[in-house]
Ligand binder design. Sequence first.
Ligand code: AMP
Length: 534
Amino acid sequence: MTTFGIDLGTTYSCIAYVDDSGRAVIAKNAVGEDTTPSVVYFETADNVVVGPEAKRSALLDPDRVVSLVKRSMGQRLDLDFDGARHTPESVSAIILRELARAAAEQTRLEVRDVVITVPAHFGVAEREATRNAGKIAGLNVLNLVPEPVAAALHYEAITGAGNRTIFVYDLGGGTFDTTVLRIDGTEISVVCTDGDHRLGGADWDARIVDHLLSEFMDANPESAADGSEDFLQGLAIAAEEMKKGLSSARSRRHHVRFDGEAARVELSREEFEELTADLLERTFEITRRTVGLAAERGVTVFDDVLLVGGAGRMPAVAAGLREQFGFEAKLHDPDLAVAKGAARFALIESVKVRLPGEDASDNAVVSQVADQLGLDEAEVRMLARKRITTVVPRAFGVKVLKSGPGEAEIHQIAHVLQANTPLPAHLVPHRFRTVYPDQTAILVEIWEQAGAVASAELPDNTKIAEGLVSGFPPLPEHSPLNVTFSMDELGTLRVHAVELTTGKDLRLEVRIEGLSAAEVGLARDTVARYDLRE
Ligand code: AMP
């Protein structure tokens, strides 16, 4: 059975597979396009529309259209359409279901086993939500793959590159990542990664919307246009078109109309670049951090700098990277590289699940797997040997009391597992001490970095789990507690806390309090009930 790779993007999504000749190919959507807007229109109680038509419907029926849902992944957000409860997971599942349906129709293949891409910088909750979206869509999610790793796999496949170090600048519709990767024979490893999951092409669109609106209101000061949701949705669509146009044209014009009023707004590329200079600078700040971290790890030369993500087409991106970093960045199939690389990753995963433990020595099994997947045996062996190693996307730590005796209590996060630690990570025990006399229990709270850079302040972190070490007699103040963090290749965090005087311990496998299995089941029924149409 063919395994598919899905790029579940903030603004556009795409599905691909590796065909019989070994090429990664895109399965086109129902209207023959490579990418599908990640937009869902809840048309009626039993009908949903996904894709270009849903995007157009945002003009007519904005309250029933959901877009940019990836930005809410990992957060609790309840939506209601005709009495059916929806979450970011279930809306994403509707998109996944449509991608799978259209791909099955186009390729005549069954679409069940998939891998789904996630931004490198996604935290544990966002990853768990993405897996659940796949389950709700009725898919078997073999694994998730970080987007830059997928881009690197595609790069490797098309260039046949040997040992190389690449810098990936990925500016998508809603997220931004920079990643340094090393391709080394059969191994692809992430050296370091950074990013902002709330920065993307949509923010550039919003600046154009503000500009169009202010020009229109200047020309029509009494207009009620700025209170009209339909009008603003229309502007958002026009803004995206203007932005795309300005990647090739020097200037773009738009006639803004509302209720008999009109304004002709001209926007030059220079003006657009001025309006958005701070956004671009934010991407360069992150680029600078990534370059710095790579240098600390001994990587100072990049064989290639790749632009993936559609917004990397804006000429200011390559120009700024040249000016500020001396990079000669190349566009790397910006809309499709991630999906095509995900298709390669999907093939690798499908070999690995059939040959666990990379055991490619048993010829009979290899030959059977080759038959099942329609590959030759040498290829199966090569794929089974492929190793992909990533890094911890964000810092993890423990909540500790910072203030001294008699002072008002101030809590902070002591980060124990730092971002960019190579996975799998097994840390040495970290020593903490109790703070109150006669403690009979110790509450261990695990927090994850929420902002772009690690900070000890509570609001810059998110609590992801907690547990109690207990069952010992009252302890003297300052009793020692060892906490050991480890994280496997898939990003599952395990925490072991031991109270050292009695040896009482606590083991936590951090499972995010996302949707429960029952909620996933319920959402699956809700999503399966809709008729889909593109
Ligand atoms: P992705 O998530 O990689 O599909 O990126 C989509 C983003 O790229 C959206 O914000 C698009 O508006 C943007 N985009 C696509 N084509 C262009 C272009 N020619 N110029 C500027 N931005 C573009």
